[in-house]
Write a protein that binds this ligand. Structure first.
Ligand code: PLP
Length: 463
C-alpha cells in the first residue's frame, strides 16, 4: 500500500522548477544573476556588498524606491484628473525612515507622513518642506503638537477629543491657524477581508463614526483649527479595490452629513497597498488599482449627489518594501525529523532583531542563495536567526538548493518595509547598516551599530 509522501511544507508553497529563480514581483527590478549565478543588486554583486559592509546587511535599491514613488504619484494624478479632482500621495514614513528616503520620495513629488516627534525630526533634518508633512499618532504629546505647529506641519491628523483640546490651547496661545483632519474608524478590516461594520470598534486608532460629528463640531468651533476633512486607514496588505470602496462609502456617509455644517475639501483613505512577499502574492499594477479606487470614490460621491473631494493616500510598504533585500551569511544547518517529514533549519547571522515581522505577526517571506546559484534539487528549509527565541524565524517555509552550505550568502527580498523600522538590539546584536545601491554605486545611508554603540548607554561602565 502506498502512503502519500508527507512533508512539513504548507499547501500554498509549490516546489519551484528552479530554486534559483528571482520572481520579478518580489525583487527590485535591478536584481539579476550574473553568468556565474551570483546575485547582483543595483549593479553590484552580493559578494562585494557583503565583503565591503559585512552581514547582515540591508540593501536598498534607490532606483526602485524612486520608480515606485513616481509611479504612485503619476497613477493617482491620472486617476484623479479623470474625475476632475486631485490626489496627493504621502509616503508613510513608519515603513522605513531616514533622511535619504525622505529626500528621494520628496524629489519624486510625494509628501511624507510621520507619526511621532522623532519621525518629524528625521523629516525636518532631511530638509523637508514642513508644509508637505502629515502628522499622525494616537497619543501625540503636547510637546510633539507644539513642535508640529511651530515648524508649520501641513496637516495634523487628529485622533481623539483630548487632542482637539491640546491643539486648541496651542493655536490660541501661538495665534496660528493649523490645518487638521479627523481620523475616523470605518469598521472595515482589510487584514481579515471582513468588510462588515462592527458597531463597537475595539481598537485604539481614530474616532468611531458615530462620535465623529460631535468632534467635528468642536473642531469647527476653534478659531485656529481649519478642518480639511476626514481620514481613514483600514490596514495593511490590501489587494484590490473592495476594501477601499467599502471604507470610502462609510466615510462618505459621514462626509455628506458634515457638509451641512461647512465645506469639507479633502478625504484621506490611508495606505495599506499590498506587495508580493512570496510568489502567491499578486498585487495589481498601481495604475489600474489607482484608477479603480478613484472611480469607486467618484461613484460613491455621485450616488450621494456630492462633489468628489480632493483625495490623499498614504502608501508605505508599497514604496519601499520590494526595494529592500537583506543579505545574511549562512551559519549552521540541521535536519530535524518530524512526523510529517524532515525540516531543514538554516541559521543566519541576524534574525528577529533585523526582521521582527515573522515573530510579530507570522509574516511570510521568501529567500534565495545570493553568493552563487545552487545545484539542481530543492530542499524545504526554515531560515532562522541567531536569537534566543524559538519564534526567531526569518523565512518560515522556502525551497532552496539542496547543496546550501555554511558560508553561503542568503538574500531575503521584500525587507524594505517594517524591518529596519522595527529592528531592535535583542541579545545585544548590533543593527545592520542600510546601504543604498544604484547604477553600480553603493553608499551607506544608515550606519551599522558597533559594540561601542551597544555599550554606550550602559551607565555601569567607567569611562
Ligand atoms: N497610514 C496610516 C495611518 C498607517 O497606520 C499606516 C500603517 O500602519 C500606513 C499609512 C501605511 O501602511 P502601508 O505601509 O501598509 O501602506
Amino acid at each position: 500500500m502506498h502512503s502519500a509522501v508527507s512533508s512539513p511544507a504548507p499547501d500554498w508553497l509549490a516546489v519551484p522548477d528552479d530554486a534559483n529563480d528571482l520572481v520579478p514581483e518580489i525583487w527590485p527590478a535591478s536584481a539579476t544573476r550574473d553568468a556565474d549565478g551570483e546575485l547582483s543588486l543595483g549593479g553590484i554583486g552580493a559578494c562585494e556588498l557583503a565583503r565591503t559592509y559585512g552581514t547582515p546587511l540591508q540593501v536598498l535599491d534607490e532606483g526602485e524606491v524612486r520608480r515606485r514613488a513616481s509611479a504612485f504619484r503619476d497613477a493617482f494624478d491620472a486617476a484623479a484628473a479623470e474625475h476632475r479632482t486631485t490626489a496627493r500621495v504621502y509616503y508613510a514614513g513608519k515603513a522605513l525612515l531616514n533622511t535619504s528616503i525622505v529626500r528621494w520620495v520628496m524629489d519624486e513629488g510625494l509628501n511624507v507622513d510621520v507619526c511621532t516627534g522623532g519621525e518629524l525630526e528625521v523629516a525636518l533634518a532631511a530638509g523637508a518642506d514642513a508644509g508637505r508633512l502629515g502628522f499622525h499618532g494616537n497619543n501625540k504629546s503636547v510637546a510633539e503638537l507644539e513642535r508640529a505647529v511651530e515648524v508649520g506641519v501641513g496637516t495634523i491628523i487628529i485622533d481623539s477629543e483630548i487632542e482637539i483640546e491640546r491643539l486648541a490651547a496651542i493655536v490660541s496661545r501661538t495665534g496660528t491657524t493649523q490645518r487638521v483632519m479627523l481620523r475616523v474608524n470605518s469598521g472595515v478590516h482589510a487584514e481579515t477581508h471582513d468588510f462588515l461594520a462592527t458597531a463597537h470598534e475595539d481598537q485604539k486608532f481614530g474616532t468611531p463614526l458615530a462620535q465623529a460629528p460631535e468632534l467635528v463640531a468642536r473642531i469647527r468651533e476653534v478659531d485656529g483649527l481649519d478642518l480639511a476633512g476626514l481620514h481613514c486607514h483600514i490596514g495593511s496588505q490590501i489587494f484590490g479595490v473592495a476594501g477601499f470602496r467599502e471604507s470610502a462609502a462609510r466615510v462618505l456617509d459621514l462626509h455628506q452629513e458634515l457638509l451641512a455644517g461647512g465645506n469639507i475639501p479633502q478625504l484621506n483613505l490611508g495606505g495599506g497597498f499590498g506587495i508580493a512577499y512570496t510568489r502567491t502574492d499578486r498585487p495589481e499594477p498601481i495604475e489600474s488599482l489607482a484608477a479603480g479606487i478613484v472611480s469607486a470614490v467618484a461613484e460613491e460621491c455621485e450616488a450621494r449627489g456630492i462633489r468628489i473631494p480632493a483625495l490623499s493616500f498614504e502608501p508605505g510598504r508599497a514604496i519601499v518594501g520590494n526595494a529592500g533585500v537583506t543579505l545574511y551569511e549562512v551559519g549552521t544547518i540541521k535536519d530535524v525529523e518530524l512526523d510529517v517529514g524532515v525540516r531543514r533549519y538554516v541559521s543566519v547571522d541576524g534574525g528577529m532583531s533585523d526582521n521582527a515581522r515573522p515573530a510579530l505577526y507570522g509574516a511570510q517571506f521568501s529567500a534565495r542563495l545570493a553568493s552563487r546559484a545552487g545545484a539542481d534539487g530543492a530542499s524545504l528549509v526554515r531560515v532562522v536567526g541567531k536569537h534566543c527565541e524559538s519564534g526567531d524565524i526569518v523565512v518560515d517555509h522556502e525551497y532552496l538548493p539542496a547543496d546550501i552550505a555554511p558560508g553561503d550568502l542568503l538574500a531575503v527580498p521584500a525587507t524594505g518595509a517594517y524591518c529596519a523600522a522595527l529592528s531592535s538590539n535583542y541579545n545585544h546584536v548590533p543593527r545592520p547598516p542600510i546601504v543604498a545601491v544604484d547604477a553600480g554605486e553603493a553608499r551607506v545611508i544608515v550606519r551599522g551599530e558597533s559594540i561601542v554603540d551597544l555599550l554606550a548607554r550602559d551607565a555601569g561602565i567607567d569611562r
